[in-house]
Design a protein around this ligand. Structure first.
Ligand SMILES: NC(=O)c1ccc[n+]([C@@H]2O[C@H](COP(=O)([O-])OP(=O)(O)OC[C@H]3O[C@@H](n4cnc5c(N)ncnc54)[C@H](OP(=O)(O)O)[C@@H]3O)[C@@H](O)[C@H]2O)c1
Length: 242
């Protein structure tokens, strides 16, 4: 029997590359995002293996649409949430902050809750999300982005603890990449930029090994290690730009 994965945010960037790997491995893959044309382009690569659903995580009907996609895919063993937005916001434009929170917090809660309840009912499952290393400390250049990613890290810990309290057979993987060359970054001027294809391979491995937290890649594991050691009084005084 083919294993089944649902990937929300598979129309571009990391989510799309991860979907391509699972397709190549013969999984049944359910893909979602807001852009129908991109979904269809990906689905047409393996129409017998891939199901697609237009879905906006900020909308109340997103959970129902997820269930429709699971049905089309024939079930769900692994859930991967890749949907996310983020912008540098040095002038602290409030609409950018609120839109980021709507997708990365409200949409994140909506989708992880729907997946959690599905696995609860099913009796097993693996719930993975792509957060970021940006949640390690508050970033003045992208306040909402870093804060929402920190929220995602803590929310995954909370869901893990809850599942253990409820004696549920659900695994959790919080994937935290460093900079990846995708449309999210808009340009290539970021340091230590990784290729989405390489990052996707590491993500598939982390899910396969059921890693609880996966910082990608090793250079960023080192960076995060030292970043966490910086005392807050120093961190707040550092003019961090990319
Ligand atoms: N690129 C990086 O440097 C980097 C680093 C660390 C973590 N991440 C995280 O990795 C994840 C994927 O980002 P990416 O770099 O691959 O960027 P991307 O190419 O812009 O992909 C973002 C994906 O999220 C989907 N999405 C955005 N808003 C959505 C909504 N309201 N409803 C449903 N889907 C939505 C997009 O699909 P539609 O537009 O079709 O809806 C797209 O498929 C994000 O959570 C991001 O924060 C990225």
């Amino acid at each position: 029997m083919n294993k089944k994965i649902i990937i929300i945010g598979a129309t571009s960037g990391i989510g799309r590359e991860v979907a391509l790997i699972y397709i190549a491995q013969g999984w049944k893959v359910g893909i979602a995002g807001r852009r129908e044309t991109e979904l269809e382009t990906l689905r047409s690569k393996a129409p017998g293996q891939v199901s697609a659903q237009v879905l906006d995580v900020t909308q109340p009907d997103a959970a129902d649409k997820l269930h429709a996609l699971i049905e089309q895919t024939g079930g769900m063993d692994v859930f991967l949430l890749s949907s996310g937005i983020g912008k540098q916001n040095y002038v602290l434009q409030t609409d950018i902050e609120l839109a980021t929170a709507a997708t990365n917090v409200e949409g994140f809660i909506r989708m992880t809750n729907a997946a959690y309840h599905y696995f609860e009912k099913q009796g097993y499952g693996h719930l993975a999300v792509i957060s970021s290393i940006a949640g390690t400390k508050g970033l003045g250049a992208a306040a909402a982005y870093s804060a929402t990613k920190g929220f995602q890290n803590i929310y995954m810990d909370a869901l893990d603890q809850l599942a253990r309290m409820q004696k549920l057979n659900i695994g959790f993987t919080d994937i935290r990449p460093g900079f990846v060359a995708t449309p999210l970054l808009k340009d290539d001027s970021y340091p230590m930029l990784m290729k989405a294809t390489n990052v996707a391979q590491d993500i598939v491995k982390a899910i396969e090994r059921k890693k609880r937290v996966a910082i990608i890649d090793w250079k960023y594991r080192l960076l995060v290690f030292f970043w966490r050691l910086i005392p807050k009084w120093i961190w707040l005084r550092l003019p961090v730009r990319n």
